[in-house]
Structures are given as C-alpha cells and as structure tokens.
Design a protein. Sequence first.
Length: 479
Amino acid sequence: MVKNKEKKLLKERYKQEMTRIKESYKKMIQEEEKRHKEKIEPPSNAFISLRGVNKVYDNYVYAVHDFSLDIEKDELVVFVGPSGCGKSTTLRMIAGLEEITTGDLFIDGKLANELSAKERDVSMVFQNYALYPHMSIFDNIAFSLQVRHYPKEEIEKRVKETAKTLQIEDYLYRFPKELSGGQRQRVALGRAIARQAKVFLMDEPLSNLDAKLRVSMRSEIIRLHNEFKTTTIYVTHDQAEAMTMADKIVIMKDGIIQQVGAPEIIYNHPKNTFVANFIGSPAMNLVNASYSHKGEIVFLDGTSIPLSSSEIKAHNDFYLSEIARVEKLIADKAYEEPDRNIVLTYHKEPLSWKTIFKKKEYPHIKSSEEKLAELNDERKYYQDCLEKDHDIIFGIRPEDIHLKDEISKKMRLTSPIETKVDLFELLGSEYHLHLIFNEESLIAKCENDKEIKGKKTLEVYFDLRKMHIFDKKNERAIF
C-alpha cells in the first residue's frame, strides 16, 4: 500500500514538473520566433558574430550553452578545450552542418541562421581530410570549383597556384592513397584555399599527424593565414596549437565559454582554475590555502605569505563586485526567468516512467523561491569572505618556482619552502621536478645543469609577482 502511494505521489510530481518545463519551453520558443520576426541589426564591427547560441540534440544533450562571440575580419581564432566541450559542434553550426537551437549567427553582416552551408561561403577542413579516394589530387582540389561551374581555365589556374603555394605541384595527378598523412592534409588545405571563401573552418586538422609533422604543418597554416588573410576559426584540443597560432583564443568547457582573449592575456591572467590548469605545459600548480584578514595567505603547514596593500584591495574588490552582481540579479528579478539549461534539455520526456520510479528521479525546474534562496546564500557567502578568514586556491606556474641559485634581485620571493622530491624528469635542456608540499603535488622547472639528482628534499622559492589566487567555492580568479 505504501509503495503504491509513493508511486502515485512521484508520478503526480513528475507530471507537474513536465508540465512546467513544457510551458517554459513553449514560452521560450515563442519569444525566439517573435524576436526573429523583428528586424535584427547586424553587428557593426564583427565579421562573424554569435549571439546567445544554444545547441540541444534530440537525445537531450545540451552541447553548447549561450555562446556569444565576435570575430573580426582576417582574425585567426582558435576554439580549444577537452573532448566533448562543444567546440566542434559550434564550428559545425557556423558551417551550417548543424542547426542552431536558439540564438543568432551573423556572417559578413548577414543573419545566417537559415542560410544553407553553400550560401554561407565557408570552406571547411576536416580531421580525417575527407578526400575523394577515386579522384586525383587535382580533381580533389578543383571539386568545389567545378560544382560552382567556374570556367575551366579559372579552375586550372587556381588549382596550380594553390599547389605551388603548398608545394604539392608534383602530386597533382596522384591519388590520396599514394600520399603521406602530411601531404593529404596539404591537399585538404588546398581545397579550402582554392575556394577563396570568406571563412576557413578547421576542425582538428592536425590531430592525425605525428608530433614532428604537426609542428611543421602548424607553421604552414600560420604562414598561409598571414599570406591569404582569410578569417579563420580553428578547433583543437591541443593548447600548444592554440597558444602558437591564435590571434584570439576561446576556451570552452561543458559547452560554455570560460575565457576569450589573446594567448598572452589568457596565460598570464586566467579567469578561473580550469583555464589556469588547461593552458600551460606543465599546468599551473594549484594548492589549497586560506586567506587571513591579517593580510596573509596561509598554507596548511602554517607557512604564510604577507600580501601587499594592492593585493588586499584586489581581494576586497573581487568580493564587493560579486556581492554587487548577485544583488543586481535579485533586484532585476532574474530568479523569475526560466532555467534555460533545464528547459532546453527536458522539453521532451527524457526518461521512461519505469526508470524514473526506479531511481526516484525526475527533471526538476527550480521555483522562483528556490532560486532566490540560492542567490541569498551566495550573497551571504561573499559577504562572509569580506569579513572572515576563508579558504582559497593558490596558483603558481612551474617556471615561477625557483631554486636558491636561480634567484634574482627583481624577484619578490617567499621564505624558503621545504619540499619532498617525488620524481625527476629530464626533458633535454631542463628538468621537471615533481615535489610534495603539504601533501599536495607541485611541478617546478629548472635547467639540466643543476646538481639536484638524488636529493630527497629541496628548498624552493615562489616568485610572488606571478602568483594567482582563486576563490575556493566558484574557482574564479581573485587576482
């Protein structure tokens, strides 16, 4: 009897939740349709512009969340992130190979949401080259020109000029199977170049090549971009490619943009721990610590770092800005807006009733009261951080950890920090030292001429000019 009653209550709750979700979804789509009937102004200074773009697949996977980005003409922009972060999906939406669920895409001042892939005038280079095996290299490069009915003389001229640029003139009458991976990748690039499209889209084009050839082809793509000055979007999971190639990097995680900026800005000023850990090789060291209102950072063993007045001010300014952000959300009644993540993901029934009853789970869209309570809790947390000691994450890059004989006068250093040596890695000109500090791992770099091999402990110094401090709860950069 109890089980039947429980089942009935759960089923009733499930129906209520699904009704609310479907109503919210209907409202959201109506707003989108209404907005698209109105005149949407193109961006004034961007060649490609994505505004609030979302992608939800039919299997309820929310692949891209509220993606907004402006790309200038002739810019080389790199989308980088781990596998499954939504970078290739975003590229395919720009190419017209995937439908945009909600949001707007502009290319060269035109709304491109409803344009076919052909009408967008983009060329795409795929990870697996996508060459026609039964066609010669000449015909592979010429194919997109032939289907657009270019004159024969123009096709021959473009193909030969492209082949000369890529140094593949001798292979024009061979077939793809007769070429190496690097040569096939040049052909795939040649097909895009010969089109002379407005935009080049490259989806991990070098991932199938060996390490040495990847470096060579990376330089080739940079040279070609400098020569042809075509707006290019390049997708990769390799942060070295992103750092060396990009005018602007877009770092993604779980379908959400984490940070956008020039490579040096992202490297030196990461906005959160994910970016700090993803960009850089080896990754930034992240160590648990606490912030003391005496104006110090204190590690678990009691080691402390005194902060300057400007660093204390940066800490306080961060939490004041977070409080102001949350208070604005409350004042604007943002908690009454639909939760787009839930609404877009669960606008259809995602689970069978049998599964829901077994797991005692169902899609839940938070009420306004629940979301307001969360905002109030968030505001209290930030207020406490202003007034009390609290946990933080301390970040320092491997190259900013030094041995005693590497110290220079320009550095701002900690007192000597005792560490245990876990592992030495020799990488030609330098060692990577794997150290233990407060039961946490650190990696430091040093030159290979140091007399350190075989030591069990090392004293190291952190260069505090290069330290990073992150909030423990939301993992965002304080300074």
